[in-house]
Design a protein around this ligand. Structure first.
Ligand SMILES: [Zn+2]
Length: 158
């Protein structure tokens, strides 16, 4: 039984291993911090958040100071999928951000069917747009918006 945990991580309850959801690589024991089974790129935050001001003129440039902040990126060692990124002070150990009770998880999933993909909720914002369009079409049905109505100019995306 494999249980989905994040977009890129799952736990195999039979082997008690963290796994990559993209390639199936077994990272590390599920009772440990999954980050210890991944590749880490310790990045200078100035590479990610470029200075917004001239660094020759200003000490503070809206770019993080690498003496105070690092960006740790964690990658699957087999397929290279980015699993997590976190901002930490230099030298700080990786955060243990997902610590699950594996025995409770096993009990919870004992009688459930495996879900290889997450359940999809309806796209409510799309439904709202479609409803608004249908309402607009019903209200404006049969007449045009302007004297010289040009369908292509009014809605170039179509
Ligand atoms: Zn992978």
């Amino acid at each position: 039984m494999k249980v989905l945990i994040t977009e890129t991580l799952r736990i195999d309850l039979d082997t008690e291993m963290w796994e990559c959801r993209r390639c199936g690589h077994a990272h590390i024991g599920a009772r440990q911090n999954y980050k210890a089974g991944l590749l880490v790129h310790d990045r200078d935050p100035r590479e990610v958040h470029k200075p917004l001001l001239d660094t020759r003129l200003y000490e503070r440039t809206y770019s993080p100071d690498p003496a105070w902040c690092r960006i740790l990126e964690y990658y699957c060692p087999q397929c290279g999928t980015l699993v997590e990124a976190e901002y930490l002070p230099p030298g700080h150990p990786p955060l243990h951000d997902i610590e699950l009770d594996i025995d409770a998880l096993k009990a919870q999933w004992k009688d459930r069917p495996e879900m290889p993909e997450p359940a999809q909720a309806p796209d409510l914002s799309l439904e709202r747009v479609l409803r608004a369009r249908a309402l607009h079409a019903s209200v404006h049905h049969g007449h045009q918006h302007g004297a010289q109505h040009d369908e292509s100019a009014a809605n170039p995306a179509r």
